[in-house]
Structure formats: C-alpha cells, structure tokens
Design a protein around this ligand. Structure first.
Ligand SMILES: NC(=O)c1ccc[n+]([C@@H]2O[C@H](COP(=O)([O-])OP(=O)(O)OC[C@H]3O[C@@H](n4cnc5c(N)ncnc54)[C@H](OP(=O)(O)O)[C@@H]3O)[C@@H](O)[C@H]2O)c1
Length: 237
C-alpha cells in the first residue's frame, strides 16, 4: 500500500493517522508548526509514521488527507496538490472561519469552494461528517459503518474508497461536489447519524463524548436521499 500523506495533525488528521498505521499503511504527517512539533504524535503512532513538512506530506504518496481549517487552504502553495487524490475533510464553521459569502448564498458547497482554492487537486470529500471520537469506535469490522464521499473524478473516488475500506469503513458515493451539501454540517447525514443515542442535545459536552453506533451503508444512503439543504446563512456555529 502506498504511503499516505496527511496535512493537519489535529483531531481528524491524528485519528485517521492512527487508523492508517493500524492498517499497515505508512504515513507522513505535517502541520503548520513543522515536524519538530510532531515528536510525541509520531512516537505514539510508531515506526510507520514520519513527521514532515507540508510539502513532504503532499508528495509522500499518491493520496493525501487534507484536514486543516477551511481558511488555511489559501495559504497552501497553489501547485502543492496538483493531480493528486486528496481526501478533503473540511467543513465551514462560521464561528471559526468567519462568514464566507459564496457559502452563505449557497452559490457553492464547501467542497466546490475547496476545489476553487486548490485547482488541479482531485478532491474527494470524506471524513467530514463524523465526530473525531467516533472514528476509532466505528472503524472496526464486522459491524461496518459507512462514510459518504463526493468528488468530480471517478478514479480518485475509487482510490479514496479503497483507502477508506482499508482504514475500516464502507463508503457511499454521494455524488459530485455540488451535491455534497447532503452531508455538510446540520444536514441529515452529518455527525448525529453516528450517535448511539439520537436524542443527545446538539454540541453539548455530552454529544462530544456520546458513543457511536454502527451505521450501515443502506441507512446512510437513505439519510443522504431524505435530507434537505440547510440554509447556510442561518447557521451560527
Ligand atoms: N473535529 C471534528 O470532529 C471534525 C469532524 C469533521 C470534520 N472536521 C473538519 O476537519 C478539518 C480539521 O478539523 P480538526 O478538528 O482536526 O482541526 P484541528 O484539531 O484544529 O487541527 C487542525 C490542524 O490543521 C493544521 N493547520 C492549520 N493551518 C495549516 C496550514 N496552513 N498548513 C498545515 N497545517 C495547518 C494545524 O496545525 P498546528 O497543529 O500546527 O496548528 C492542526 O494540526 C476542519 O476543516 C474541520 O472543520 C472536523
């Protein structure tokens, strides 16, 4: 299995890195502060993990996981991810990213905006609709859970689905970037669908610790079909 590059070593980047090394995949992981700040994480991940610069992580393998705040995409070198399959975990959180007019007007989805910010990258939206602490809980067979993916490039989607399968999840093809609102924040296929207790109050301390329950692909598919588009401008978090 080729090496996986990971840009972003926070909640999601580190959670996926743990799945990757457990699946015998080598990872090169980077953050904004440089490799020396990743000593503890790399030690925890073991011999399959190396800390690198953002450029080293981007060029480490055929696939890259990009897991940084949306506003940081603009700071990445324009040609960094050209022609590469990039699993994009990004979401738009107005409280963190500020208000972004094209998203609030629903002119584009977050995935389409990412495509504009990273032209030439073969983006596949993935791992954006699941809470960090649910990733290790659900990435365990035999009760497989499914994650939605969306992207423009069929080969990149196939490649991403194979990687995600190896990491321990099934995938459901949720279409192209313009359709990815179906699993963006507050939609019917966003984080809550993985909660074991569906009545946990939104974003409470309890929700951030509440356990997950397996979500098979047919249930995810039904949730993607049933959801309606969230009014992004009305979102406050
Ligand atoms: N947390 C969740 O449950 C969750 C769920 C689904 C999707 N997401 C989305 O996934 C993305 C990552 O979320 P997260 O919770 O993992 O974030 P996080 O814990 O805040 O980590 C963000 C990471 O991005 C790195 N970073 C920031 N700017 C960078 C740059 N210019 N170049 C390289 N690295 C940079 C940070 O580096 P430093 O450590 O050096 O600052 C940090 O390692 C976000 O878009 C978020 O909306 C999060």
């Amino acid at each position: 299995m080729p090496t996986l590059g990971i840009i972003g070593s926070g909640n999601i980047g580190a959670a996926v890195a743990r799945l990757a090394v457990a699946a015998d995949i080598d990872v090169v992981i980077a953050n904004s502060r440089g490799p020396q700040s990743l000593t503890d994480l790399v030690e925890e991940l073991g011999p399959r993990a190396t800390a690198g610069t953002v450029e080293q992580a981007a060029r480490a393998g055929e696939e890259t996981l990009l897991s940084i705040p949306l506003t940081a995409y603009r700071s990445l070198p324009a040609d960094l991810l050209l022609g590469r399959t990039v699993l994009d975990t990004g979401n738009y959180y107005p409280y963190r990213d500020g208000r972004i007019a094209e998203l609030d007007s629903e002119e584009v989805t977050t995935t389409e905006l990412a495509g504009q910010l990273l032209p030439g990258a073969l983006l596949v939206k993935a791992f954006n609709n699941i809470l960090t602490h649910h990733i290790p809980q659900l990435a365990r067979p035999p009760d497989r859970s499914a994650l939605p993916i969306a992207g423009n490039d069929p080969e990149a989607k196939t490649q991403a689905a194979e990687l995600i399968d190896r990491l321990g999840f099934d995938t459901v093809d949720a279409g192209t970037p313009d359709e990815s609102w179906r699993f963006e924040p507050e939609s019917g296929a966003y984080t809550r669908i993985y909660l074991a207790d569906p009545d946990v109050p939104d974003w409470s301390e309890h929700m951030l610790q509440s356990p997950a329950a397996p979500l098979p692909a047919d249930k995810l598919r039904a949730a993607l079909e049933a959801t309606s588009r969230v009014k992004v401008a009305e979102r406050t978090f």
